[in-house]
Ligand binder design. Structure first.
Ligand code: PMP
Length: 281
């Protein structure tokens, strides 16, 4: 398997990361996950733009142009012969003697690798359970930061309670999932948290909002309270790897009739039609 290290392709056993890499010590870096369908990078431009935007927000300069970066991602997928899968790519501020302030001189370290991933078709059809968990993360959730401890602890708590995802809330307000965005549908209107500093503006989220317009679902980028969420007709989550997964049970309460709702299904079909894979979920 080939790995991207800075601007070179190397084999996994050749990869050397410093003990003082700031990603390793501080989570001082950002990342992206890009989906690969039929050998193509899906919504690559959006992911690459967000990679550069996240880097800029934490004052890391990506050492090549977006075009070069795109080609590196494409070559990685091709070299590893990935048909359906994903690319994970991160950039850290590099390595330096451990100190919190930025190093006087260090060069950023990019690492990218691929893996084959199946679409979670079973969950997409049958839905999953989720659990409310207090959102204890920082106030810059718009950055796709390597600091994921708040997300990791929330997901683990959900898993330990037999749930697939944590529905994060600040006080009464639902923000997003531990690794996804959240949506409720009530009387034909779709509600989701606005793209502020409190959530990651998911690429799948943007795709879904576009699809709502195409299929005639009214969108309100307005946050929901926990009480409102429990009264929704339908509830679902989205992410690059999960696509659209219905959440049929929240905190032990059934949403609607406890099955995938008709508008969720309509959005899944519209999403899939764009992928052009020739399979039905
Ligand atoms: N929010 C968080 C916290 C996430 O980690 C993710 C997944 N990367 C998302 C939302 C969904 O974003 P996307 O659709 O771009 O994968």
């Amino acid at each position: 398997e080939w790995i991207l290290h800075k601007d070179e392709f190397i084999q996994e056993d050749e990869l050397k990361i410093s003990k003082e890499d700031r990603g390793y010590q501080f989570g001082d870096g950002i990342y992206e996950v890009i989906r690969v369908y039929n050998g193509n990078l899906y919504t690559a431009k959006e992911h690459i733009d967000r990679f550069y935007a996240s880097a800029e927000k934490v004052k890391i300069v990506v050492p090549y142009t977006k075009d070069v970066f795109h080609k590196l991602m494409y070559d990685l997928v091709e070299k590893n012969e990935i048909n359906n899968g994903q690319v994970y790519v991160q950039i850290t501020r590099g390595s330096y003697v451990r100190q919190h302030q930025f190093p006087a001189d260090s060069s950023p370290v990019v690492v990218g690798y691929t893996k084959t991933v199946e679409r979670p078709v079973e969950l997409m059809r049958n839905g999953a359970r989720a659990k409310f968990i207090e959102d204890m993360r920082w106030l810059r959730c718009d950055i796709k930061s390597l600091n994921l401890l708040g997300n990791v602890l929330a997901k683990q708590e959900a898993y330990e309670d037999g749930c697939y995802e944590a529905v994060l809330h600040r006080g009464e307000i639902i923000t997003e999932g531990s690794s996804s965005n959240m949506y409720g549908i009530k009387d034909g209107v779709l509600y989701t948290h606005p793209a502020t500093n409190l959530i990651l503006d998911g690429i799948t989220r943007r795709t879904i909002l576009g699809l709502c317009e195409e299929v005639g679902i009214t969108v309100q980028e307005t946050s929901m309270t926990k009480v409102q969420a429990l009264k929704m007709d339908e509830f679902f989550m989205s992410s690059t790897t999960a696509e659209i997964i219905p959440l049929t049970e929240l905190d032990g309460f059934k949403i609607g009739n406890g099955e995938r709702g008709p508008l969720t299904e309509k959005l899944q079909q519209a999403f899939e039609a764009k992928l052009n894979l020739g399979v039905e979920v």
